[in-house]
Design a protein around this ligand. Structure first.
Ligand code: SF4
Ligand code: F3S
Length: 374
């Protein structure tokens, strides 16, 4: 059972968030989750229900970059709402309480159950875990205790999802990812270095709307955020297809915005929604800024070598192509399913792009009535 608390919508309203911004937030989440636009109404209804998700947030072997990502949610609607969607009961870095008072808050949340456990950082296993101890207890011990009564565990950042920098060769502390230790609960991986807070918020919104975690890929990552290859949605893809590559930093091709593959871009082998969701208020993402993707959403990316060329295994068409119109007869259901998924991702990308444009607009917009039909 979830702890009953004021609804997300109520909390947002109490803090002065306008209905317009709240509806924009629901539209953004619909787009990020790659859902049809009509689902915005369903999300709005779910966030109006009297339930929020308590969260315990633990940090182990990390740089706190993922906590920074949480606190730097700078889009007005996300920044205002993220701490309403996530009722963070315990987070060592940002909570006001400390010492025994903080530990009591954590114990009360664990005893009550029904919380999400968010874990940032890898867990060192060598020497019985002595390389990460907090309050005299190892990360292994703290993780097992906090996971014991959680509904599910969300690992954020490459360290928690795939071992990250602590597990890079030669991995002197024996660092491992969360799902090597937690095997009796659903563990959802939001990889990235850092992860994108928009994807954490969308995961919890999905949980509140549909009562379950989103569908995942074989690495435990939600398909809405990691279902498409970066290369397939990259604005420089046309240059890749045309064989137009940057050959040296600052050359004419670089100044023209050509493809960064030969400069080590890992976009062809990395899966993440960076081209659609972007970073820093939706302003930019690594490739748009002129540097290749370093594959921070993938296992073992620190050992790949930032400027080594990616090993190309396969190609796929961009998901932003218009959906193919199949003939009505003799349709292969498997093919139709793939095309549906591609179209869904395109809808999601379009929804996020529309939100990006809207959030940058100074034009006043009238509150629109929620759509009735789903
Ligand atoms: Fe974009 Fe990198 Fe692919 Fe080039 S290799 S199209 S820069 S993702
Ligand atoms: Fe990481 Fe590549 Fe995105 S480096 S932030 S997955 S563009």
């Amino acid at each position: 059972m979830l702890n009953l608390k004021p609804s997300v919508q109520d909390s947002a309203r109490d803090r002065g968030m306008t209905r317009r911004d709240f509806l924009k937030f629901c539209s953004l989440m619909t787009g990020v989750l790659a859902l049809p636009r009509s689902y915005s109404t369903r999300i709005e209804k779910a966030l109006a229900a009297p339930a929020r998700t308590p969260v315990i947030w633990l940090e182990f072997q990390d740089c706190a970059g993922c906590t920074e990502s949480l606190l730097r949610a700078s889009r007005p609607s996300v920044a205002e709402i993220v701490l309403d969607v996530l009722s963070v009961d315990y987070h060592e870095t940002i909570m006001a309480a400390s010492g025994y008072q903080a530990e009591d808050a954590k114990k009360a949340t664990i005893d009550a159950g029904g919380y999400l456990l968010v874990v940032e950082g890898a867990i060192p296993m060598a020497e019985n875990g002595i390389y990460c101890t907090i309050g005299g207890r190892t990360a292994i011990d703290l993780l097992e205790e906090a996971a014991s009564n959680a509904i599910a565990v969300v690992a954020v950042g490459n360290c928690a999802t795939f071992g990250g920098l602590p597990a890079a060769k030669p991995n002197p502390t024996g660092a491992v990812q969360v799902n090597e230790l937690v095997t009796d609960k659903p563990v959802l991986n939001l990889s990235g270095c850092p992860y994108n807070v928009v994807n954490l918020t969308a995961t919890v919104v999905h949980f509140l709307t549909f009562g379950e975690l989103p569908a995942m890929d074989d690495l435990g990552r939600p398909l809405f955020a990691y279902g498409a290859r970066i290369h397939d949605n990259c604005e420089r893809r046309g240059h890749f297809d045309a064989g137009e590559f940057v050959q040296a930093w600052g050359d004419e091709a670089h100044r023209k915005g050509w493809c960064l593959y030969k400069m080590g871009c890992k976009g062809p082998v990395a899966f993440h929604n960076c081209p659609a969701v972007r970073w820093n208020d939706g302003t930019s993402w690594p490739v748009k800024s002129g540097h290749g993707c370093i594959g921070c959403s993938e296992p073992g990316f620190w050992d790949l070598g930032v400027y080594n060329q990616a090993d190309l295994q396969q190609f796929a068409p961009p998901t932003t192509y218009a959906p193919v119109q199949l003939p009505s007869a003799n349709v292969d259901p498997a093919a139709a399913g793939i095309i549906g998924a591609v179209a869904g991702a395109a809808v999601g990308a379009a929804g996020v792009a529309a939100y990006n444009a809207l959030s940058k607009s100074d034009e006043p917009e009238e509150d629109s009535a929620p759509e009735k039909k789903e």
